[in-house]
Ligand binder design. Structure first.
Ligand code: SF4
Length: 492
């Protein structure tokens, strides 16, 4: 028996499907926190008093046997040709069944259409006549007060949204026009075994929206040289070029590259023996940096359903910051703040106190993270608004010279993450830490937030402080490295 996610994985890569299907019990911690049972909240939104509630191991006959007895069906399990689906909400009307898909996000788009069409395919296979199809999603404009208001929290929509968040594509029409018969796919899935499957081949499917979690297993024996064309950032054709025998960055086919500044920097770095630096542009960028320099980094949790006053769906709760302060003579001092549970007000207050009143503030990906977090805190706590926004005025993004190709070192292996750069400059760096990635920090903080008396509390607090502190220390190392170029010497 298969689920819709199995079909989706099979269409992406049969090996991915097989790996996950044969290790079904592996649990992955979600990126976004969702503590509530959303369907219970939606039951309130839809004002349903009496309904059939499906359960995980329901035999396929269970819901079919009671179709006449209920008007509403919540999480009912249906099966057709070995494909099992869970239908979030099903409403029997005089004209047929209305299906409500639940999208725990802000703007459902037609991207995941297959998921919905497969569900409708199964329902129709069970001879249910579908009258209408709607989406239930979170309201991006909702701001939580003391209590959660489910009427305001959810929106029921007949439409998928465009990239600009306009409701434009009728859900029912889109699903009907993309309906396919899955019989053939399910047969192929049945016939797929490790004996029949091809050797893994590195291609765009291994990356998708996020890198496949089996990547290191599939390709662990393949060592990619630093200057491999496979490291060409944002290249659609890097696999094609590699297959054609254009193995290195400097051999990249000019007709097949997008021509971004970072790609230019990568290719020039390979021509130069490993390093490209645009000295003039770098000098101009570093020119207006003033002391004391603050290196700032936040850690935060993201909640789908706002758990606290003043928060919107998918708002974040900053829980930790680290600050390294560099004086003109190069000495570094460190400060940090860590809260368990919601302490945003104290976070904002202490941040204003801890950051020096003058000098440049660096954050890595400041534009995509710290500047936004500070703006959010300013909106939530008007008392600190002015001081917080003054921090943003002094902020400079340390990621900038990397993302626009002012500098590239082939040892970065196609990544400009702080960790990749730090590992190149200082081989101790992150490698000695128990928490070595941002999401690991979030997962550990979840333990603290959920379990007051966890025996590892002290240890986790120390590990979180070490990790956040490493981020700001790493920024100081990267800054010195960049400065070294315009001082005509590399200082590492
Ligand atoms: S890494 Fe690539 S080949 Fe391996 S399972 Fe994932 S998608 Fe398939």
């Amino acid at each position: 028996m298969y689920h819709i996610s199995d079909v989706k994985k099979f269409n992406r890569c049969p090996l991915l499907f097989l790996n996950d299907y044969t290790s079904k019990n592996t649990k992955y911690e979600p990126y976004v926190r969702l503590d509530e049972t959303v369907s219970t909240l939606v039951v309130d939104k839809l004002k349903i008093d009496y309904y059939f509630l499906g359960e995980r191991n329901d035999p396929k006959e269970r819901v079919l046997e009671v179709l006449d007895q209920y008007e509403w069906f919540v999480k009912a399990r249906f099966e057709y040709k070995e494909l099992r689906v869970k239908v979030p909400f099903l409403h029997k009307t005089d004209k047929g069944y209305d299906v409500y898909f639940l999208f725990v996000g802000l703007y459902p788009r037609a991207d995941d259409l297959q998921l919905y069409t497969d569900t409708i395919w199964v329902l129709e296979g069970n001879n249910l006549e579908i009258n209408d199809i709607k989406m239930i999603h979170l309201n991006a404009d909702y701001v939580r007060q003391e209590e959660l208001d489910v009427n305001e929290l959810f929106i029921i929509s007949d439409y998928f949204y465009t990239d600009n968040h306009h409701p434009k594509i009728l859900v029912k029409d889109a699903i009907e026009s993309h309906m396919i018969d899955l019989t053939h796919t399910l047969k192929k899935m049945n016939a797929t075994t490790y004996d029949t499957i091809d050797q893994p081949a590195r291609s765009a499917k291994c990356f998708g929206r996020v890198k496949c979690r089996h990547f290191d297993t599939c390709f662990k024996s393949e060592l990619v040289p630093d200057n491999s064309v496979l490291n060409l950032i944002g290249s659609r054709y890097r696999y094609d070029m590699d297959t054609e025998g254009r193995k290195t960055l400097k051999e990249a086919d000019i007709e097949k590259i997008e021509g971004t500044r970072i790609q230019y920097a990568q290719i020039m770095a390979d021509y130069n023996g490993g390093l490209f630096i645009d000295h003039l542009a770098m000098k101009a960028w570093l020119e207006n940096v003033t002391f004391p320099i603050t290196f700032l980094d936040f850690e935060w949790e993201r909640f789908a359903i706002p758990p606290y006053f003043g928060m919107k769906p998918y708002d974040v709760l900053p829980f930790e910051y680290s600050i390294h302060i560099m004086d003109e003579d190069g000495t570094l001092s460190h400060k940090c703040f860590l809260s368990i549970h919601d302490d945003r007000k104290e976070f904002a207050k202490r941040l204003i106190e801890d950051v020096p009143k003058e000098g440049t503030i660096f954050a890595f990906n400041a534009v995509g993270a710290e500047i936004i977090r500070i703006q959010e805190l300013a909106n939530q706590f008007p008392k600190y608004k002015e001081d917080l926004l003054n921090l943003n005025k002094r902020m400079k993004d340390l990621q900038f010279p990397f993302e626009v190709g002012l500098v590239y070192d082939t040892r970065m292996n196609g990544s400009w993450s702080l960790k990749a750069i730090m590992n190149m400059l200082d081989d101790k760096g992150y490698n000695d830490l128990n928490i070595a990635q941002g999401m690991d920090a979030v997962y550990q903080w979840r333990i603290l937030d959920r379990e007051e008396d966890d025996p590892r509390t002290k240890e986790i607090i120390e590990e979180l402080k070490e990790y956040c502190s490493m981020d700001t220390y790493a920024m100081s190392v990267v800054y010195r490295w960049l400065l070294g170029f315009i001082q005509n010497q590399e200082v590492v």
